[in-house]
Design a binder for this molecule. Structure first.
Ligand SMILES: NC(=O)c1ccc[n+]([C@@H]2O[C@H](COP(=O)([O-])OP(=O)(O)OC[C@H]3O[C@@H](n4cnc5c(N)ncnc54)[C@H](O)[C@@H]3O)[C@@H](O)[C@H]2O)c1
Length: 379
């Protein structure tokens, strides 16, 4: 980590939303990083505030963003439920506060435009992006893709054996999440492809979604302590619509860019598989590179990432450094400091988000167009 400063001092950071992501990922790392100082933690939920106050007694906890003295804030890290991303981030950007916004950056193309407008009016920078791009194995894969010739196809797949987050809470209610595995895991997968795709746009998009596992108790994620189901999700003051689960656990899609690269995507919160596996394969005119690993914090993971190159009928292993789970988030903080100093940066996060949400909207639209009939194969 660098001891980078913002105008000669650590970046004074407000963390907005104090749930699992803030408490498990961001607060501990921001505290450790010499380039950041956390000077406010905001959440309307008293239980979330109490957890943070107990763990980090010196961080001032507040119930609302407008209680914070924004003159003392150089950056807001926003990790609230998805339906609040745009509203909260745009509000801060309008006030001139740079924002690092968790994925999914936005839930509609209209929200992407609201963020663009807020960035422009406030003159502040939106930062975003998946930490997965900063994994050592993903970096090795992307480096390896540099000499694959003309890129033809990218296969992106993140399939968990089981790992539905917060079933019955906001993650599985479309109104609050914007969608299921596609919006949640798929956003990370699109982000991995971004460096390879450059500025190309998707001209053809088709997809399907399903939910064969999502209501099963056995499909729930094991690595986050979920709240007791008491009929209230208690996080955004909205009733939990107990029992309402109206998003997919699995999405499959095929897309083609305007410059002829195809991309297949498979995102599953739960499946028939034994382990939680992420697979990224890049096919080029001169060879292919394939990474198998496990993204995220799942304990049901591939022990070591495997990167291979295949050319002329021969496959060889490429060594990849092992690193502790979550190292990519530390690197993402280093990257945030660099991005805050980058004068060419404004607009980039929105540009990437526009393409990703545009593709996600079209995958859902394609999936809706299919009339599902229960059907199994009988030879
Ligand atoms: N990058 C990653 O790997 C990763 C991992 C997990 C979650 N996430 C993302 O982080 C975000 C939060 O996810 P989570 O798992 O922490 O959810 P969570 O439900 O555990 O936490 C959300 C928190 O936001 C709070 N909140 C609600 N309204 C608020 C408001 N107006 N102002 C401030 N706080 C408010 C809730 O009370 C809750 O404490 C989601 O967008 C999710 O997609 C990213």
């Amino acid at each position: 980590m660098t001891a980078a400063n913002h105008e000669g001092r650590p970046v004074r950071t407000a963390v907005v939303g104090l749930g699992w992501a803030a408490r498990s990922i961001w607060l501990p790392r921001l505290r450790r990083h010499p380039g950041f100082a956390v000077n406010a933690a905001v959440d309307p939920d008293p239980a979330s505030r109490a957890s943070v106050a107990a763990e980090f007694p010196d961080i001032p906890v507040l119930a609302a963003v407008h209680d914070a003295d924004l003159a003392q804030v150089d950056l807001a890290v926003v990790a609230v439920p998805n339906h609040l991303h745009c509203e909260i981030a745009a509000g801060l950007l309008h006030k001139g506060i740079p924002v690092f916004l968790e994925k999914p950056v936005c839930l509609t193309s209209a929200e992407a435009e609201q963020l663009a407008e807020a960035e422009r009016v406030g003159g502040a920078r939106l930062l975003a992006g998946s930490a997965a791009r900063h994994r050592a194995d993903v970096r090795s894969l992307l480096a390896s893709a540099g000499d694959l010739g003309t890129i033809r196809h990218i296969e992106l797949s993140w399939v968990r054996a089981r790992g539905v987050p917060d079933a019955g809470g906001w993650f599985t209610r479309r109104r609050l999440s914007g969608g299921g595995a596609l919006v949640d895991l798929g956003w990370h997968l699109f982000d991995i492809a971004t460096p390879v795709l450059g500025s190309a746009n998707f001209t053809q998009v088709t997809g399907s979604v399903s939910g064969d596992f999502i209501a099963r108790d056995s499909a729930r994620v094991s690595w986050r302590a979920e709240k007791a189901e008491d009929g209230q999700d208690g996080q955004d003051g909205e009733p939990a619509d107990a029992g309402v689960i109206d998003v997919e656990d699995t999405a499959r899609a095929f897309l083609v860019t305007d410059d002829g690269v195809s991309l297949s995507l498979h995102a599953s919160w739960a499946s028939h598989e034994e382990r939680d596996i992420t697979r990224v394969r890049i096919d080029g005119s001169a060879g292919s590179a394939t990474l198998r690993c496990t993204f995220g914090f799942s304990p049901n993971r591939l022990e070591h990432p495997e990167l291979t190159r295949t050319e002329d009928g021969r496959t060889r292993r490429i060594p990849v450094p092992d690193e502790p789970i979550g190292t990519e988030y530390d690197r993402q903080l280093d990257e945030l400091l660099a991005q805050l100093r980058d004068p060419a940066g404004p607009g980039r996060a929105v540009e990437e988000a526009r393409r990703t949400i545009g593709a996600i909207e079209r995958i859902y639209s394609s999936a809706r167009a299919a009339q599902e009939k229960p059907r199994s194969y009988r030879p």
